[in-house]
Design a protein around this ligand. Sequence first.
Ligand code: ATP
Ligand code: MG
Length: 444
Amino acid sequence: MIRASKFFIPTLRENPKEADVASHRYMLRAGMIQQTSAGIYAWLPLGLRVLKKVEQIVREEQNAAGAQEMLMPTLQSADLWRKSGRYDAYGKEMLRIKDRHDRDMLYGPTNEEMIHDIFGTHIKSYKGMPKILYHIQWKFRDEIRPRFGLMRGREFLMKDGYSFDLTKEDAVHSYHRMMLSYLRTFTRMGIKAIPMRADTGPIGGDLSHEFIILAETGESEVFVDKRWLEKDLTAPGLSYNDRSALKNYYDEITSIYAATDEIHDSSKCPIPADQLVSKRGIEVGHIFYYGSKYAVPMETIIQNENGEMQPIEGGCYGIGVSRVVAAIIEASHDENGIIWPAEIAPFDVGLINLKVGDAVTDSVTAQVEKALGAAGFDVLYDDRDERAGVKFADMDLIGLPWQVIVGPKSAAEGKVEVKNRKTGDRAEMPMTEVAVHIKKQKAG
Ligand code: ATP
Ligand code: MG
């Protein structure tokens, strides 16, 4: 349990001028982040709690899909990128640095080169295959126009994973694994991210999907079959190791139309107009099969079962972890502030004592606090000496899923009020029933 009077949570009453979208505005106002340079942010305690929750869900779902976590550095040697040819090709988005020995370094915008180098150093034969490796690490891209806060920052947290397989067929299986893993990941966060066919550029093929959250402030226009909006995408019970069932699931999911405007062609759209909705979307993840594109220049060559040397078949899988935090707010807020899905909320419950110092409200608050703690809820207790209006406004702004309000009148009867932030529903109840009530609502 954390007390608001001691917590570093510098909320702002006014809308910051520089913030054009809800997520940026509310994250600044709720004291979650602070800009330190253009497109670069410090995460304050409240914001960090959300970032860590998002990161942990990503991690657990990656591990469940058979991927293994590692951690690569942020700084990379330019020579690795010269080898792939991307040092010059990447352009001004790459932050280039010289060390004291005048060696060219860079702050990694992504890690294909490094992971191929690491993998290739150690794995020389089919016996070390297949593998999916990932890390969750800060990236830097010197975006020409960083904007919308964390949505398009220059420094941002990304989960990037890389699969190493022997054959295209195996690589496609890895791709299917990641498709399911991503859909389970986003569903667990309480959001719907729809996989949309994306441009594969010069490599061609159809194995590239962007995961898009629908929100008015999205940067791209997207076209979605209505069936996406109701469908459960998580395939409960489906095992990652059941290749054919996984393929069937993939085929079924991807047969439902959804495309970004780069791909969509209204004259060739396969589904009837009354079944199509056009909305704006935010890209929170991207998966891509790239074959031997990096393995050839990076010499990630292994011996196959026939004794022949061949490049590995690869794919990469990104999630914009810090962007997800902002995207969820874009998809879930109202005019009073953020509405956190329960799974990633910084605290489960905001406890408001309307008369701090009053023996009865203090005692009831302490008992509710104890019961919520015992039931496993994280509680933010607003014990500040502030007006009720300020406390209500701040609590709505921060957007915790439940508020428990302890006022002197009902406290005298041992009662408190519980408010559901999302529905706005309020219910008065005996203080002994609060934990059970919230538990029930959380279970859905
Ligand atoms: P975009 O098209 O939005 O510039 P991208 O296609 O260049 O993104 P990827 O290389 O696919 O990005 O990176 C994987 C994920 O990292 C993206 O799906 C996105 O969620 C996130 N991401 C990319 N650039 C940024 C950024 N500047 N700020 C925050 N998150 C980002
Ligand atoms: Mg992308």
